[in-house]
Write a protein that binds this ligand. Structure first.
Ligand SMILES: O=P(O)(O)OC[C@H]1O[C@H](O[C@H]2O[C@H](CO)[C@@H](O)[C@H](O)[C@H]2O)[C@H](O)[C@@H](O)[C@@H]1O
Length: 278
């Protein structure tokens, strides 16, 4: 069986051959475009509707696994019956059952000290700001002008080495800080897949470095990785240029699986047709 030259055809072929689907998405830069501030990264209503339809379809599971805090990504997505990963995989919501990575005492001490020290230091770097999370934090520098940005990178690259229990990733103009050797998005993917039938076909969609472990996890489970945008890790099975292209692909997948809004006239009705084409 050919698996098609795009992820939608591949997923539909696998589904029609009897494999359930598990679709797992990164949030920022994948489901929502990158914008100047995290609070502005709103999920388009049509995309929310498509994810909801997919999640409610028999044989389809949907999850969103983000660097954001779990409560934050759940709010942004606004659908209850999904799998969620937050804080880069350290917090999980497995369709209503929450699991949080236990933080060893020494790592907790380092996290607390790092946040307090950084808050004081950031006063000297205009435009840099700290986003706390239940497990870790992000330090945003998107709005930082030069030469402050260069000075901040020089400072941060030395500063974080005094906290060896912490893991630092440079993701979308922020430093994402979690626990070294802690749970990552790959662990989150494996945890979600453990709840699915063994022969499920999994796809993971991501745009940046913090998605690499999740992509490796789906590939190890005989699934596919889909890179979104120019910063996606190299070597993914499929690539999409933008989140907008993912949105139209989701519409196409809903159409191929005959998932249309119950409120519309029929599967061939005006909204269904429009949604299929969006
Ligand atoms: O794993 P993700 O869902 O992709 O989350 C990664 C980080 O995303 C958020 O920050 C990034 O997106 C913002 C909105 O587009 C953008 O303004 C910011 O510059 C980016 O760094 C989020 O705030 C972080 O907590 C996540 O770690």
């Amino acid at each position: 069986m050919s698996d098609g030259d795009n992820w939608v055809d591949h997923a539909v072929l696998e589904f029609h051959s009897g494999r359930p689907l598990t679709l797992l998405f990164d949030y920022d830069g994948t489901l929502a475009p990158i914008v100047p501030h995290p609070a502005l990264a709103i999920l388009a209503p049509q995309v929310r509707a498509r994810l909801r339809r997919l999640a409610r379809a028999p044989g389809v599971a949907v999850g969103v696994i983000s660097g954001r805090a779990l409560a934050d990504v759940r709010d942004m997505v606004g659908i209850d019956d999904l799998y969620f990963g937050g804080s880069g995989g350290a917090e999980l919501d497995l369709c209503g059952v929450t699991e949080v990575e236990p933080i060893p005492a020494d790592a907790q001490r380092q996290l607390t000290a790092a946040v307090s020290d950084l808050r004081a230091a950031l006063a000297g770097f205009h435009g840099v700001w700290l986003e706390p999370k239940p497990v870790g934090f992000a330090v945003h520098y998107r709005a930082t002008p030069e030469p402050t940005a260069t000075a901040f990178h020089a400072f941060f690259s030395r500063w974080h080495t005094q906290f060896p229990a912490l893991r630092v990733l440079d993701v979308c103009k922020s430093y994402e800080v979690g626990l070294r050797d802690g749970w990552d998005k790959g662990d989150a993917v494996r945890r979600v897949l453990a709840e699915q039938p063994a022969h499920t076909f999994a796809a993971y969609f991501g745009d940046s470095e913090n998605d690499r472990p999740a992509m490796a996890a789906v590939v190890a489970a005989d699934g596919v990785s889909v890179g979104v945008g120019p910063e996606a890790p190299a070597g993914t099975r499929y690539t999409l240029p933008t989140p907008a292209r993912l949105h139209t692909d989701l519409a196409r997948l809903c159409g191929a699986l005959n998932l249309f809004d119950r409120g519309t006239h029929s599967a061939g009705g005006a909204e269904a047709t429009r949604d299929h084409l969006v």
